[in-house]
Each structure stands twice: as structure tokens, then as C-alpha cells.
Design a protein around this ligand. Structure first.
Ligand code: ATP
Ligand code: PRP
Length: 302
């Protein structure tokens, strides 16, 4: 690959490994962004669009996009804030995956029970800036100054081991299921922020000619995200119960209602959020709906 083959192409940064990688690859497939990545090569051209994919560590993507070296990128909301790039990038879309929380954690067994107990002691994190910002506020509130302030130390990984190793009294790290935290004998005492993966674009693009392809890609990715978020719910119901049932499934604009061959019965079709489908089905049954079906969406534009 040479610089010439990237000429005129939108540069799109994708996390090269880690928690976001697999989800990003399925998102690209859903948006029909076709590429063949040679082994170990971190830049590859897209076969069916004027795009080149750049595979980078998730934590480096905000600054590449923020400085305009890359036009578009996928990374965590958390790393954008940690890199202090929120003013230099626009978060175009929330992607619905990579959801977790940055939490303050301390040993389950021990004297530290609250953030105020931890204040003034040693905290270790890979999110040094966010942790510093959080504890600056705690320290100010508790009027801790000078050597009495909380110490924040950076470590690049295995943060959860820091307390057991005697390096820290508490840590600030990401929690999804909580398995890592529990296995390390820790528990959370505060949440610094909730995060998920986002699509970002540069506020100072170096290649303004690629703006139209950014819109195409954003629309396609939004379609895949919506298809993952929604399902179609279809059911039959008698007309006298229709009003109550459509309150449960109002749809995005309005439900589609079609007459059935049987007198006084209609079929209803409506988009609902996948995560709420079980409770919506329970409610529809109580409201008198029959033959309730849920269909996954392959793709959509809504
Ligand atoms: N347990 C998790 N659940 C969901 N999302 C997560 C989780 N851990 C991290 N993330 C998200 O993924 C981003 C990248 O984290 P990850 O740990 O995969 O990074 P990495 O350091 O590049 O990869 P690796 O851990 O393989 O070295 C985080 O900033 C966060 O937004
Ligand atoms: O609450 P859980 O579901 O256990 O997830 C949380 C863990 O996931 C992330 O690490 P990851 O496993 O990606 O590896 P890393 O420590 O190498 O970043 C994060 O740093 C936590 O350690």
C-alpha cells in the first residue's frame, strides 16, 4: 500500500483489537463495507467505496480523528473524554455496543466503604485524566489540599490487581458484567461515567472532499444500529381491544393495521425495542392479543 492508493479516500479508524473489534467488523459487514485485510497490515482499502480502513488502538482513535488525520472513527465515549478530545470531534452516532461503566472500586473486605473514605489515599487507573477530574471534585468538597489530596497513578492494564498487590487503596476501571471486579475481590462504590461505542467525525477535517461519503456511511451504520435495536412485533386482536393494544405498541410513527378475513379482527404490525420485547408480549397477551410474532430486522432505514 502506498500513499497514492489512499488519495481521495475517506480514512475510517477501527479499533484493531479488544472489546470493540468484533462488533465493529459486524457493523462494517452490515453496512456492506467490503475489505480484505492482509495479515498484520493496519491500513486496507475498501473494495466497494472510496474508503480506507485504519486499524488503531481504541485509545488512540480520538486524537487521530480530533487532529483530522483520520476522518471518521469508532471508539468508546470513555476514551474520547480521557483523551480530552470532546471539543475536537463530533459524536455522530451512539452504536449500542461497548456499554459499560467507569467505576471506583475498593476491596470488599476492608475499612474503605465510600468515596469519602478513599479520598486522600492512593488510586490506580488506566483513565488517569477522568480519575483525576473525579477526585479533584471530591478533594475540593472535603477541603483536602497539598499532600492530603488523593494520589492518582497510571497503569496500562490489569488495573484490578493493583489493590491486592499493595499498589493502591482503590481503582477506577471499566465494569460490564462485574466478573473481573468480583474475581479480584473488589466492589464498586461510585460511578464516574457510563459509556458505549460511538461513531465520531473530525471537527477539523483535512479532506473536506470526503464529506458526502461520511453522510452515506453514517446513514448505513445508523440503519444497522437500528436493525439491532428494533424488532417487528405482529399480532391479531379484536377491534374492541385494538385501542388498548396499540397503546402498548404505538410504533415509531404509527402501527400498521390490516383487516383480517374474520369479522371484527385486525392484524397489527409495529416496530418495538428488542430489549423490551418479552414484557411487551406479556402486556399484549393480557390485553387480548393472539398469535403474537416477533421478527428480527436484517437492516433498515428509519
Ligand atoms: N467489559 C467491557 N464491556 C464493554 N465494553 C468495554 C469493556 N471493556 C472495555 N470496553 C470498551 O472498549 C474500549 C476498549 O477497551 P479494551 O479493553 O478492549 O481496549 P484495548 O486496551 O485496546 O484492548 P485489550 O484489552 O485487548 O488490550 C473501552 O474504552 C470501552 O469503551
Ligand atoms: O465487568 P466485566 O464484564 O468483567 O468487564 C470488565 C473488564 O473488561 C475490560 O478489560 P478486558 O477484559 O477487555 O481486558 P483488559 O484488562 O486487557 O483491557 C475492563 O478493563 C475490565 O477489566
Amino acid at each position: 500500500m502506498n500513499a497514492e492508493s489512499l488519495e481521495g479516500r475517506l480514512l475510517f479508524a477501527i479499533p484493531k483489537k479488544g472489546r470493540l473489534y468484533d462488533k465493529c467488523i459486524s457493523l462494517l459487514a452490515g453496512a456492506d463495507i467490503q475489505f480484505r485485510r492482509s495479515n498484520r497490515l493496519d491500513v486496507c482499502v475498501v473494495l466497494n467505496h472510496p474508503i480506507a480502513l485504519v486499524f488503531l488502538p481504541a485509545a488512540d482513535i480520538p486524537s487521530f480523528v480530533g487532529k483530522g488525520d483520520v476522518d471518521l472513527g469508532i471508539t468508546g465515549h470513555d476514551v474520547i473524554l480521557e483523551a480530552q478530545m470532546q471539543g475536537l470531534v463530533t459524536q455522530v452516532l451512539r452504536l449500542g455496543f461497548g456499554k459499560c461503566s467507569l467505576q471506583v472500586q475498593v476491596p470488599e473486605v476492608g475499612s474503605i466503604k465510600t468515596v469519602d473514605d478513599l479520598a486522600g489515599k492512593r488510586v490506580v487507573s488506566s483513565f488517569k485524566n477522568l480519575s483525576q477530574g473525579y477526585f479533584n471534585q471530591v478533594d475540593s468538597r472535603l477541603q483536602l489540599t497539598g499532600a492530603n489530596r488523593t494520589t492518582i497513578e497510571y497503569v496500562g492494564g490489569s488495573v484490578e490487581a493493583a489493590c491486592a498487590l499493595g499498589l493502591a487503596d482503590g481503582i477506577v476501571d471499566l465494569v460490564e458484567s462485574g466478573d473481573t471486579m468480583r474475581a479480584a475481590g473488589l466492589h464498586a462504590i461510585a460511578t464516574v461515567l457510563d459509556t458505549e461505542a460511538v461513531l465520531i467525525k473530525s471537527n477539523s477535517p483535512k479532506r473536506p472532499d470526503v464529506a458526502s461519503i461520511i453522510d452515506v456511511i453514517t446513514t448505513r451504520i445508523a440503519g444497522v444500529v437500528a436493525a439491532n435495536k428494533y424488532v417487528v412485533c405482529q399480532y391479531n386482536i379484536s377491534r374492541d381491544k385494538l385501542a388498548a393494544a396499540t397503546l402498548i405498541t404505538p410504533g415509531r410513527k404509527a402501527p400498521t393495521i390490516s383487516p383480517l378475513e374474520e369479522d371484527n379482527w385486525v392484524g397489527v404490525s409495529s416496530m418495538i425495542e428488542k430489549s423490551k420485547s418479552a414484557s411487551i408480549m406479556d402486556d399484549l397477551m393480557k390485553a387480548g392479543a393472539e398469535d403474537i410474532l416477533i421478527f428480527n430486522l436484517n437492516n433498515c432505514r428509519v
